[in-house]
Design a protein around this ligand. Sequence first.
Ligand code: 2P0
Length: 326
Amino acid sequence: MNEKHGFARAHTNIALLKYWGKINSDLILPANDSISLTLDKFYTDTEVTFSDEYTSNLFYLNHQLIDVKKMQRINRVLEAVKSEFGYQGFAKIESENHVPTAAGLASSASGMAALAGAAVSALGSHTDLTNLSRLARLGSGSASRSVFGGIVHWHRGYDHQSSFAEQIVSEDQIDLNMVTIVIDRRQKKVKSTLGMQHTASTSPFYPAWVEATNQAIPEMISAVQNNDFTKIGELAEHSAAMMHATTLSSKPAFTYFAPETIQAIKLVEQLRESGIECYYTIDAGPNVKVLCQSKNITRVKRFFASYFDQDQLVVAKPGSGIKFTK
Ligand code: 2P0
């Protein structure tokens, strides 16, 4: 029996300038560039074993066997890795998510990055992180960014080769933290893949979204390089607001906001007006993520604790890029 093993750990990320819509859904090529912060505490560990004895791919998530019908994207990543390394057998994938549902964060970014990392590591060398980012992208767009730590820029590109992420600054070069206000733990009703597709094809505001985001990219890069928290926060907040405006202008219109989402937005504005600088960002769900500097984490948490339960508040700091050992 000829077995090949690989392991990878990848962290989740949160977009500061959002990815929202594709120009090619097979290759997952986005309409606009995006910029994200990789988070420290939340990650996926994945082990891949290739063997010529297996007759199909098997995927265990948190020790439970997953239905083959749900494996389309996993298979796509595996096929791409296998074809790069000229391998023809099947794989067993064992994945453990350390992204608690209570954190209100998506695990597809860390999951697909860890899968690509472990598969590449099993079959060849994992030193080419740019290529790893391309392979992770085939599983989930945001996964391309989870290959790197700190603040990361995903170049939209125009084909498989040109669409990949790169690091702008590392995790120890940036003072940017995130307090998540978990408003709803249930799975979102409109999954991001569908939500962005519907928005891109029906919102008259969508072309303006793409243009405004691409224009904001160089501004965000220089804000990050200068560690300019005010500018980073303003750009991030505006990106989230614009993204959610595209869902409200799609046909039929929809929103990820819950009543408490608006309440939390107002509270962020109130806290900021009181002199504690913070900004919100919101993804494809109702939870609100508050960006702040290290010196204000305790104050931000204390403020929101008077409106929400303690276990609804989750703090995350900048995290590292993909690792190939535990
Ligand atoms: C982002 N989101 O930039 C944006 C903002 C959600 C809102 O990337 O279809 O799971 O797998 O490429 O990566 C979530 O979308 O979507 C996402 P696919 P993905 O973080």
